[in-house]
Design a protein around this ligand. Structure first.
Ligand SMILES: [Zn+2]
Length: 179
């Protein structure tokens, strides 16, 4: 049987099922599902389908970010050009999962972000996806960072807090660089 374009799209947006389960649903061999997921053409896929699906399949979440971002030479920020969520972070769907662009970019460069950690932007630019501008930190670190950048009320953003937060971050960067 030949799979239609709609079938291929459904398979690509996989919902966590195994290849055997998906193959059973479409009545094709498991190998066919594997070929679709890895972007390899095969005879049991409708001839009009491939090309674009290979392009989709060849990408990882990190590649999606790379393709849809533009580097600002002045700042070094790698600015996401796609949709933004309410806080201004880049947002996209990849293999049926919603992902934040800056987190996907960081993970592509550095591996998984430890559970419970946020990523802080050194550039204070939420759409930036440059891993070099991102540092993992706790919620507490993030709040200190906000104070340092004056995003909190002015009363809290006094010079001692700014100095402390900046000092703390430069220490973190030094640590980061030596890992
Ligand atoms: Zn940046």
């Amino acid at each position: 049987m030949k799979l239609t374009e709609a079938d291929v799209i459904a398979i690509l947006h996989d919902d966590g099922r195994t290849e055997a389960e998906v193959a059973a649903q479409y009545g094709v061999q498991q190998n066919t599902i594997n070929r679709i997921r890895t972007g390899t053409r095969c005879a049991s896929i409708a001839p009009h389908v491939p090309r674009w699906f290979k392009k989709i399949r060849a990408t990882s979440a990190g590649d999606v970010v790379a393709q849809r971002s533009v580097t600002d030479p002045a700042t070094g920020c790698v600015n996401w050009t796609g949709a933004l969520q309410s806080q201004g972070y880049g947002l996209f769907s990849f293999r049926g999962r919603m992902m934040l662009a800056h987190r996907a970019a960081y993970e592509a460069a550095n591996g998984p972000i430890p559970d419970g950690l946020l990523l802080m932007h050194a550039c204070d630019n939420p759409r930036c996806c440059n891993p070099a501008h991102l540092t993992p930190g706790t919620d507490q670190d993030n709040k200190a960072d906000c104070v340092a950048k004056g995003r909190q009320s002015k009363g809290e953003a006094h010079s001692a807090a700014i100095k402390a937060a900046l000092q703390r971050r430069s220490t973190m960067y030094r640590k980061e660089a030596t890992i």
